[in-house]
Design a protein around this ligand. Structure first.
Ligand SMILES: Nc1ncnc2c1ncn2[C@@H]1O[C@H](COP(=O)(O)OP(=O)(O)OP(=O)(O)O)[C@@H](O)[C@H]1O
Ligand SMILES: [Mg+2]
Length: 302
């Protein structure tokens, strides 16, 4: 385990050292979340580095990452714990004909031995040698009632199991929640967290991200890629490309030995950036060429 960052600057430089390029606001909220031991709630556009921040924090702080991917129908059994009925039944069979009293058997059956621990419970297990980073990813995919399960974990870092009692973390885990805002998350959850909206980066930060994530990309090409993607985000599209798409596109273009953008290579690789036919159709014809002309002018002007 490594010590927590000592300042906003320290937070930023340690994120950078792991090739995560934060803006000042993100570095501030991360620093505060760690300092104040509060969960960090990140909402934002897809592919803008929300999940990655949890991975990076685990790496920086040298802690295990426990990930809870949310989905429709996720419940307590999938997220926190489940009694292992199979093993309990076996235990009952084994106890038959022995002198074990019913009370003793009942309390044995609902002991930790028969408990299957899922992500939430694992993250607060007092037996953990170090407190992990708990990533509750894409909370907006879970059903609303599920959020109620989280309240106890998020505010007190504990879970009450009716048959067993309350399990509480000795040292609180570092909690990161993400949402793509396909629906609003309940205020009660948000209130327990520090909130940050993760938007698209400006051109300078996106260029820095690209250089770090795709180190082989030539400077001229990287600048064009970033300028083009930034222009794309100004167009009315159904789904705007995120940072993940910019990185993918750079890799794809390098794979094709592209040195500078031209309308043809853009047309042929649009599927790396845009994932909806309507969006791709918008860029077909002269639109890509028109954007590229603007990009060339902008990049030259810098
Ligand atoms: N600030 C950043 N610095 C460096 N790399 C970044 C940054 N933001 C995003 N990335 C890169 O973009 C990729 C996608 O990020 P990530 O998976 O965290 O997005 P996300 O916001 O969780 O998206 P989704 O909502 O689709 O899950 C990461 O693997 C990382 O390589
Ligand atoms: Mg994600």
């Amino acid at each position: 385990m490594t010590d927590l960052p000592t300042s906003i600057d320290d937070t930023a430089s340690r994120l950078l050292a792991h090739d995560y390029v934060p803006d000042r606001q993100l570095a501030t909220v991360v620093y505060l979340a760690l300092k104040l031991q509060r969960p960090l709630f990140l909402e934002g556009e897809p592919g803008t580095g929300k999940t990655e921040i949890a991975r990076t924090l685990a790496a920086i702080l040298n802690r295990p990452l426990i990930r809870l991917q949310c989905y429709e129908g996720l419940d307590l059994a999938g997220a926190a714990y489940e009694w292992n009925y199979g093993r309990q039944m076996m235990e009952i069979r084994l106890a038959e004909g022995t002198s074990t009293s019913r009370d003793a058997l009942a309390s044995e059956l609902f002991s930790e031995r028969f408990l299957t621990k899922r992500a939430l419970l694992q993250s607060i297990d007092p037996a953990n040698p170090v407190a992990p980073v708990l990533l509750i990813d894409e909370l907006d995919r879970a059903d609303e009632p599920f959020e109620a399960f989280l309240l106890e974990v998020l505010s007190d870092f504990q879970i009450t199991i009716p048959e067993l009692g309350t399990v509480k973390a000795i040292t609180p885990p570092i909690v990161v929640l993400t949402s793509n805002r396909t629906r609003e998350i309940h205020d009660a959850v948000k209130r327990r967290c520090l909130y940050h909206w993760v938007g698209f980066p400006d051109a300078a930060r996106e260029l820095e991200i690209l250089k770090r994530r795709v180190p082989g990309a030539a400077d001229a090409l990287a600048r064009q890629i970033v300028a083009f993607v930034q222009k794309l985000r100004e167009i009315e599209l159904y789904k705007l490309p995120g940072i993940a798409e910019t990185i993918e596109w750079a890799r794809a273009l390098m794979e094709l030995d592209t040195l500078v953008l031209d309308p043809e290579v853009i047309q042929h690789t649009l599927g790396v950036l845009l994932k909806y036919q309507d969006d791709i159709a918008k860029l077909q014809g002269s639109e890509a060429a028109r954007l590229l002309e603007q990009v060339k002018r902008d990049v030259q002007a810098v």
